[in-house]
Ligand binder design. Structure first.
Ligand code: GLU
Length: 284
């Protein structure tokens, strides 16, 4: 059975771009007699607010979307992410990173080559070679640290070419190496987007991940984590992003185009479906 999900972060109100993604995931599941899951991705405690979580549910219900209860809120499942980190630690693939953002940029510039990966400046590996004694001493002194994946070692360990199936682009060969040593647990949160999303999609039995093409790149890393942690690999559909009249992508800064602002100005849920161009899908 097909299981899809919509996984917003409650750091703002939903806009038309979210409506497109949520409706596409919901109706894809409904058309095939499957299930739809809402997941609240609230590990970024500095930016996420309960008020937005409530607003998201209200807006989705208004759009006619129904989801299974209980809704998984990532902040309530930190144990699952800790278990994933423990497994990776036991495999010798994680190391503590004490660097600040400034230090990373400075170090990358000093090396006179600030190579960029898909997520910005590539981590220059400063903390990768620290001794166990230094790591222990700095951790014992409560120095804030993130946990990074030793990407080269991880890729070597998997030792096979990884692929995934993408609805629009076909078979994709995963290239996680180009991301460098990604962070799997942040200084401010005991997990990361890459880790929690990969574990949750597996734990919730998601068969089809439907999300914006802006997250296409992340799938290279998710596919590697699936191989390392023995998680299932869903089918992916990275859909186009909707643009406003000026051709700019909808974003949280478009206050007037939040679903609630549109609703308050008298726009109906049916009009939203028309506006995001999904009428055909809904009438199938
Ligand atoms: N929580 C992510 C976001 O709001 C989406 C995660 C995903 O669909 O994989 O951008």
């Amino acid at each position: 059975m097909i299981i899809t999900r919509f996984a917003p972060s409650p750091s703002g109100y939903l806009h038309l771009g979210h409506a497109y993604s949520a409706l596409l995931a919901y109706h894809t599941s409904q058309q095939q007699g499957g299930r739809f899951i809402l997941r609240i991705e609230d590990i970024d405690i500095g930016r996420c607010r309960t008020e937005f979580d409530h607003a998201i549910r209200e807006d989705l219900a208004w759009l006619g979307i129904h989801w299974q209860e209980p809704v998984r809120r990532q902040s309530e499942h930190l144990d699952d992410y800790a278990a994933g980190l423990e497994r990776l630690t036991a495999m010798g693939l994680l190391y503590p990173c004490f660097c600040t953002r400034k230090e990373i940029i400075r170090e990358a510039a000093r090396a006179n080559q600030a190579p960029h990966g898909p997520e910005g400046v590539l981590y220059p590996g400063t903390c990768r070679t620290r001794t166990d004694a230094e790591r222990k001493q700095r951790i014992d002194a409560s120095e804030p640290h993130a946990l990074r994946l030793n990407m080269k070692q991880a890729v070597d360990l998997v030792a096979e070419s990884l692929t995934w199936t993408d609805a629009e682009q076909g078979t994709i060969i995963a290239d996680p190496l180009s991301f460098g040593d990604v962070i799997l647990a942040r200084k401010e949160a005991p997990t990361s987007y890459h880790l929690s999303v990969s574990l949750d999609d597996h734990l919730q039995g998601i068969t089809h991940v439907i999300r914006g093409v802006d997250l296409f790149g992340s799938t290279h890393v998710h596919r590697l984590l699936q191989a390392l942690l023995n998680l299932s690999t869903p089918t992916y559909h990275h859909h186009k992003l909707l643009n406003d009249e000026e051709g700019k992508r909808y974003a949280k800064r478009h206050k007037a185009l939040t679903l609630r602002a549109l609703r308050e100005s008298g726009v109906t849920a049916e009009e939203i479906v028309q506006r995001v161009g999904l009428v055909d899908l809904m009438n199938d």
